[in-house]
Design a protein around this ligand. Structure first.
Ligand code: CIR
Length: 254
């Protein structure tokens, strides 16, 4: 069975980090309602949701994906690129400790889980404003002992690797090739986002269902035309904090 670790929306979300988006008012109540529907959708897809309590002083703490890389045999606690986000890892470490052998990224390494795309035994890691070479090397060293290989990938003009490319089926990636080169993902198949919908590249694969943001009808049509099952989940209020679908959970096998 799959577990999704999630965390409630912080009342301080309007003070979130922003890199590419302009700051605009965020309705925390609406964000929490959307987040609750996201958790319900995961449950309806057969995932066991483990919600952690909201962290009132940590604005971005709902975006738990950035705090760890959880693999079948181990979990690597990240050192988020934004210093304001580093305290988020303490509770994630405690939550994962019963389930996984834990490893840590040490200074000067910085890495956000949003830059880490795991496809079977391959781990693609985006070099971004949050993720540096030291962390990529540390991650590669840790996971190599467990049979995983790390591939560093350059990204352009987006926050994280998974803002530009996500897995939507076995060996199949949904990609915005304005932001990432498909030649970095050898032997994969691709579905291209519609160029007018770059944010649609962040989709969440749950078993055989692709969870997509509404507002990307052309990309959803392309996914369906490829034979994939798509359901929609609106996280538009969290998108104002530069969050998307993968960011709001740490999904792993029990
Ligand atoms: C941040 O800038 O860190 C947050 N406001 C958004 C993080 C989104 N996380 C993700 O895409 N994995």
């Amino acid at each position: 069975m799959w577990t999704a670790l999630t965390r409630g929306v912080s009342p301080s979300l309007p003070r979130c980090q922003l890199t590419y988006a302009e700051r605009e008012p965020i309705d925390v109540g609406r964000a929490a309602v959307q987040h609750g529907r996201y958790e319900d959708l995961l449950r309806s897809l057969g995932v066991k949701v483990r919600p952690l309590p909201a962290e009132p002083e940590l604005p971005d703490s709902v975006f738990v994906e950035d705090t760890a890389v959880v693999l079948d045999d181990l979990a690597v606690i990240t050192r988020p690129g934004s210093p304001s986000r580093r305290p988020e890892t303490a509770t994630i470490r405690a939550a994962l400790a019963p389930d996984r052998r834990l490893f840590e990224i040490e200074p000067p390494g910085t890495i956000d889980g949003g830059d880490v795309l795991v496809v079977d035994r391959r781990i693609f890691v985006g070099r971004s404003t949050r993720t540096n070479v030291s962390a990529i090397e540390q991650l590669a060293e840790i996971v190599s002992r467990f049979g995983f290989r790390v591939h560093a990938v350059e990204i352009r003009g987006c926050l994280h690797l998974k803002s530009a490319v996500t897995q939507v089926a076995p060996e199949t990636l949904l990609i915005n090739d304005a932001a990432v080169d498909r030649s970095d993902f050898l032997s994969m198949r691709f579905v291209d986002v519609d160029p007018s919908e770059p944010a649609a590249a962040n989709a969440l694969l749950v078993h055989e269902t692709v969870v997509s943001q509404p507002g990307s009808p052309r990309t959803i049509a392309r996914l369906r035309a490829s034979g994939l099952t798509v359901v929609e989940c609106d996280l538009s209020e969290l998108a104002k904090a530069e969050g998307a679908l993968t960011c709001c959970s740490l999904l792993y096998r029990d």
